[in-house]
Ligand binder design. Structure first.
Ligand SMILES: C[S@@+](CC[C@H](N)C(=O)[O-])C[C@H]1O[C@@H](n2cnc3c(N)ncnc32)[C@H](O)[C@@H]1O
Length: 227
């Protein structure tokens, strides 16, 4: 069951459970949210369930995930750190700025940061990037999973301030957070249009795929600022 690296720092492990995604554990011996740990040769891997992570679902859906081991990542909608912990594994020489606005959830995230020094927790509303501009530097990648009606606008506000030229945006759009009754495909089309033409900064959408069956009515997007 030797692991196959499907993207930098992201592995596919084949064992009795079939094929599973995994990341190399930055803190061996520690499971973050009850995920299984698997030792292979000298390394320990953490199994990464695509049903619990939009980013893992994007990997399975064959997105090009532009994160390298020294990437600087701005993560919007960190929650208690399930996916953030895997991004922390993927960037052992980089940093993850993890923004979350729920104080209750932030408490768990801070516990995670105690053992993972490459995560910087930020208690803030992602609609107001000016409030964390003194903490966050220019980043290679923004990953966003906030489930809010103005998801595209939040992505633009943060990209304008923090995304480096040629940096990448990975975005999970939740149709039901934008319109509870509309056809999700219509909602997705409108969000892509807004990202490309709806704001003063325009993105070029490089790839978009629905994340079902892992996440129903979600669209994954990979985009770059149009220079
Ligand atoms: C779907 S959950 C994120 C799950 C997480 N990405 C993961 O995979 O582990 C969305 C999170 O975004 C947070 N959130 C929603 N709107 C936000 C905002 N404007 N600023 C910061 N966090 C926000 C919510 O509190 C919630 O924890």
């Amino acid at each position: 069951m030797s692991p196959k690296e499907v993207s930098a720092g992201i592995f596919e492990i084949t064992n009795r459970g079939g094929k599973q995604l995994a990341t190399k554990n930055l803190v061996p011996g520690t499971s973050v949210y009850g995920e299984k740990l698997v030792g292979i040769e000298d390394c320990e891997y953490r199994i990464w369930n695509p049903k619990r992570s939009k980013l893992a679902a994007m990997v399975i859906k064959k997105f090009n995930v532009p994160i390298a081991q020294d990437s600087k990542v701005l993560y919007l909608g960190a929650a208690s750190g399930t996916t953030v912990s895997h991004v922390s594994d993927i960037v052992p020489d980089g940093i993850v700025y993890a923004v979350e606005f729920s104080p209750r959830t932030m408490r768990d995230l801070i516990g995670l940061c105690d053992v993972r020094p490459n995560i910087v927790p930020i208690l803030a509303d992602a609609n107001r990037p000016q409030l964390y501009a003194h903490i966050v530097e220019e980043v290679d990648v923004i990953f966003q999973d906030v489930a809010q009606p103005n998801q595209s606008e939040i992505a633009v506000l943060n990209a304008k301030r923090f995304l480096k030229r040629d940096g990448n945006l990975l975005l999970s759009i939740k149709a039901r957070s934008i319109d509870t009754v509309a056809n999700p495909k219509k909602v997705f089309k409108e969000e892509v249009r807004k990202l490309e033409h709806g704001f003063d900064v325009g993105f070029k959408v490089l790839d978009s795929r629905e994340l079902a069956p892992f996440h129903e009515d979600h669209l994954g997007i990979l985009a770059r600022v149009r220079n």
